[in-house]
Design a protein around this ligand. Structure first.
Ligand code: XMP
Length: 333
């Protein structure tokens, strides 16, 4: 039992002692851990921190702008946004095999981040160069890398991570969340002034929409998917379960939309359509190793389906995934 305010001041003191007057780089992804780490380190050392936000073009609707508004706009942190979407989409062209897509996205991400970090390390007129790399490693990550990690998870999908970067870059490591569990990280984020909607967001995979577009990734597909997914998430936040008073967003552990690159015939007004299909996926789970599909209310599914089909021209069919994990996985890819 500890009081968050005391925790923050202790953590701030520790970071100041460790960093002194040196400079720190942090890779901001928009996810909870890197966001909370950034907010905490910024509280401690202000402009000695520079965040690098690599936008791979596979983020959710307006996500990049939201990250910038929050960190650069509201917190006044130094953030470099690297718009690498053309690079990523270019390298992904023609590639449809899921592991190949993951390798390309993960590899490019590291390359882009490294080249930004190298510039920051070198310094310039207003900076003598960074010596620390900060990461949002949390306690469960520490345990995982200690060897308890499930072999299954590793062999089924190569996860997007940036292990070994500090050594490769010749930077010292700063990991202020190393002792915290996820729920403590979220509480800390709220105490630091991050919006609860950001801090209590469902997890989002590092390769982003790259693994939620089946087959080849194309900008048009990503644009359609982003709009459909935003509608699904908006309605999950709007619909409340009467018994608990909670929204369906909070009652599900993860929910998202998947783009299926197949066309089917539909009818709209007097005309025939021949457009793409999306699948809605919503699961309940405590550990993400097993998961049940969520029994969303029909009224919610109905609203989402009609909004997507009416508002997103190019999609004429919406399906709901009723597969549990195992044998299905949570993501489709
Ligand atoms: P699956 O689809 O394997 O997903 O049942 C389990 C959980 O892992 C997330 N996931 C990822 N998270 N990088 C991440 O940070 C990744 O490459 C990645 N792939 C899957 C997935 O969203 C789910 O929460």
């Amino acid at each position: 039992d500890w009081i968050m305010g005391d925790y923050i001041s202790e953590a701030v003191t520790k970071i100041r002692e460790q960093v002194g007057d040196e400079e720190v780089i942090l890779g901001l992804s928009g996810g909870v851990d890197s966001s909370v780490a950034a907010a905490l380190i910024h509280r401690a050392i202000g402009d000695q921190l520079t965040c690098v936000f690599v936008d791979h073009g596979l983020l959710r609707l307006n996500e990049g702008d939201m990250v910038m508004d929050m960190f650069a706009g509201k917190l006044h942190a130094k953030v470099i946004r690297v718009d690498a979407s053309d690079l990523f989409l270019g390298q992904l062209a023609g590639v449809s095999e899921p592991e190949a897509k993951r390798k390309i996205i993960g590899g490019l991400f590291v390359d882009v981040f490294k080249s930004e970090a190298a510039k920051l390390k070198a310094g310039n007129a207003s900076s003598k160069g960074a010596t620390f790399l900060a990461q949002g490693t949390i306690y469960p990550d520490v345990i995982e890398s200690g060897g308890a990690k499930s072999k299954k998870a590793v062999t089924i999908k190569s996860h997007h991570n940036v292990g070994g970067l500090p050594e490769q870059l010749g930077l010292k490591l700063l990991e202020p969340l190393r002792e915290l569990f996820k729920d403590e990280v979220r509480e800390l984020g709220v105490a630091l002034g991050l919006p609860p909607e950001m801090v209590y967001r469902h997890p989002f995979p590092g390769p982003g929409l790259g693994v939620r577009i089946l087959g080849e990734v194309k900008k048009d597909y990503a644009d359609l998917l982003r709009r459909a997914d935003a509608i699904f998430i908006e309605e999950l936040r709007n619909f409340r379960d009467e018994a608990s008073g909670k929204t369906w967003y909070d009652l599900t552990s993860q929910a998202f939309t998947v783009f299926l690159p197949v066309k089917s015939v539909g009818v709209m007004g007097d005309g025939r359509t021949y457009d793409y299909v999306v699948a809605l996926r919503a699961v309940q789970t405590s550990d993400f190793m097993t998961a049940d599909w969520a029994e969303l209310p029909y009224a919610l599914l109905k609203k989402v389906s009609s909004r997507i089909i009416n508002e997103v021209r190019g999609i004429n069919r919406v399906t709901y995934d009723v597969s549990s994990k195992p044998p299905a996985t949570i993501e489709w890819e």
